[in-house]
Design a binder for this molecule. Structure first.
Ligand SMILES: [Zn+2]
Length: 112
């Protein structure tokens, strides 16, 4: 059964159950929730959030990763570092971040 994500319409009034985002497993023919099961306050379904989050960045990640590798192979470590650093800030990718740090060092930056 699919998992749907909901968020409170008014986050400042949300109870612990619906604060931020919460997931509900529902069958396809079940009507979407309009109220939090905990506090009864209005909630809304987050539409196509999953698809947007999964397909596009993955594509972009691969592109960035291959450009970083190109720079590394060409010995352009500061370029590789900046690109990896900028992209890791955006995505929160820790592996890419530490790769950026390595490349900064190889480029001769003093990080301390
Ligand atoms: Zn609630």
């Amino acid at each position: 059964m699919p998992i749907y994500e909901y968020e409170p319409v008014r986050p400042e009034q949300a109870c612990p159950e619906c604060r931020g985002r919460f997931e509900v497993i529902q069958s396809l023919d079940e009507a979407p929730l309009t109220a939090c099961p905990g506090c009864g306050r209005p909630v809304r379904k987050i539409v196509s959030w999953c698809r947007a989050a999964m397909s596009q960045p993955a594509e972009e990640d691969r592109r960035v990763e291959s450009r970083v590798r190109d720079y590394e192979q060409a010995g352009q470590f500061s370029h590789a570092a900046e690109l990896a650093d900028k992209h890791s800030e955006k995505t929160g990718d820790k592996t890419l971040k530490s790769r950026a740090m390595d490349n900064y060092k190889k480029a001769g930056y003093d990080l301390d």
